[in-house]
Write a protein that binds this ligand. Structure first.
Ligand code: AMP
Ligand code: ZN
Length: 469
């Protein structure tokens, strides 16, 4: 059974085959760090995390997951000036964006998106040289041009040699825009060429940029960031998977493709995957509409992080999802049902009779996840296990732990005994420490953490604590 992924490029489910053997290079568009992310934004990162977990723990791939941090743009500059008017613009920008970057990773952690699972989290402000290099290539290839200190991407020149509109083409087609033809839409969106490098404005942070014997102080445009940072991280194009919310298809991702073709002469990505929006009363949750909730907002209303994650990941990523408190509560109840079951089963004495194995259930779970991450189906399969006395208790517990690892929520009651697998890993780590095999010991610690346990050293011995305790 292989993973079928819906590829926005072809608008159909395709068998996922890594470009390079077993390794999967996976890039997710990250946040712009100018405020606290809302639950809608978090839906896109949770989707990426679920895909990462399935690729790694479900399918055993070696995944290099990269997510950028956009720490320079109009909004970060504007608000850093507001918060630190007395500081030098560059210093203000750093102070301001680091605060929100930290809050962002804190939000991710609370939803069990672990920072150490990322291969890299490049910051835009620390990748300026790579972006300038790509802009130079685009200019050398005759597709970029300088005007009044800024550099632009000429769509007209690009269109002569390559396709543009691959992603949006399909999207518009899908939306059946009625009277508006595809060409109109593209033309409308692209009457102006898009910016690669913005000339410095007074009082703004800026970097020098030497292009064709001139210095053009300024800062990068948004689209160029992801192209250059993905190239810097993975080195080889095309890489495997690129994710983001559906609103990023156009123009952001379309422009990433265009820049890469124009500069590196390479298609950047094999599989483009996009999550649908989280809605509130039928409308997209967004900062600009003011209809948003942050993780803290929901926490204050009494919803746990686990319930929120369970709610988000157990709805399919390609369906619009309406956020209501009732829906989160229903998810919390489902999660509690599974946890209570494991608690009760834990108390029961094991019987000598032979019980049914769980391989049938496991196969159905795997088939659902392989079907374009059909998490709602996978979870419904999980509920089939909650029949007292039917299945082999150890096999069942092991499988529930595995499913929890894939969904990113512990499905086992907290006071439940520590799984044997985790104890075995901790014993192995104790051995490694004795033999001063620090790299191995570190690796084992990470593996233990992926089960939701923290290992604390007690002299030569260890203590295992569940991360939620
Ligand atoms: P931004 O920081 O605005 O670039 O957004 C970060 C990510 O969140 C992007 O992948 C967006 O597409 C995604 N996003 C924004 N709003 C929503 C929403 N209401 N539902 C799902 N994803 C969203
Ligand atoms: Zn991006």
């Amino acid at each position: 059974m292989s993973l079928q992924l819906f590829n926005t490029l072809t608008r159909k489910k395709e068998e996922f085959r890594p470009v390079r053997d077993n390794r999967v290079d996976f890039y997710s568009c990250g946040p712009t760090v100018y405020n606290v992310v809302h639950i809608g934004n978090l839906r896109s990162f949770l989707f990426a995390d679920t895909l990462y977990r399935w690729l790694r723990y479900g399918l055993g791939h070696d995944v290099r997951w990269v997510m950028n941090i956009t720490d320079v743009d109009d909004k970060t500059i504007r608000d850093s000036k507001r918060d630190h008017p007395e500081k030098d613009p560059m210093e203000a920008l750093t102070l301001f964006t680091r605060k929100y970057e930290e809050l962002f990773f804190d939000n991710l952690k609370r939803l069990h998106i672990e920072r150490e699972n990322f291969y890299k989290n490049p910051r835009a402000t620390e990748s300026i040289e790579e972006m300038q290099e790509l802009i130079r290539l685009i200019v050398e290839n005759g597709i970029g041009y300088e005007k009044e200190g800024s550099v632009y991407f000429s769509l007209e020149k690009h269109l002569k040699g390559a396709q543009y509109g691959k992603l949006v083409n399909l999207r518009l087609d899908q939306l059946k825009t009625g009277t508006r033809s595809l060409a109109d839409e593209i033309e409308k969106e692209n009457v102006q060429d898009f910016v690669l490098w913005k000339a410095k404005k007074e009082g703004e942070p800026a970097w020098d940029f030497h292009l064709n014997g001139k210095n053009l102080p300024g800062r990068p445009g948004w689209h160029i960031e992801c192209s250059a940072m993905a190239k810097a991280a993975f080195e080889e194009f095309p890489f495997d998977i690129h994710s983001g919310g559906i609103d990023l298809q156009f123009p952001h991702h379309e422009d990433e493709i265009a820049q890469s073709l124009a500069g590196y002469k390479k298609d950047p990505v094999r599989y483009w995957v996009h999550n649908e929006h989280l809605l509130v009363n039928g409308e997209k949750m967004s900062k600009s509409l003011g209809n948003f909730f942050t993780l803290d907002d929901l926490k204050k209303k009494g919803h746990s992080e686990d319930a929120i994650r369970f709610f988000l990941v157990t709805n399919h990523y390609r369906t619009k999802l309406n956020l209501t408190e009732e829906a989160i509560e229903a998810s919390a109840a489902g999660l509690e049902r599974i946890r209570n079951f494991t608690r009760e089963v834990g108390k029961m004495k094991t019987t000598p009779e032979k019980r049914e194995g769980v391989s049938g259930i496991r196969d159905k779970f795997i088939a659902a996840m392989n079907d374009d991450l059909n998490t709602p189906k996978a979870v419904s399969v999980l509920f089939e296990l909650l029949v007292p006395g039917r299945f082999d208790p150890e096999e069942r517990m092991e499988f529930i732990i595995f499913a929890g690892k894939i969904l990113g929520v512990s499905l086992v009651a907290i006071e439940q005994e520590i799984p044997r697998e985790v104890i075995a890993l901790a014993e192995k780590r104790k051995e490694a420490r004795k033999n001063a095999e620090w790299a191995l010991s570190d690796e084992l610690r990470k593996e233990i953490e992926s089960f939701g346990y923290i290992v604390r050293d007690q002299g030569e011995d260890f203590e295992l604590i569940h991360e939620s305790s």
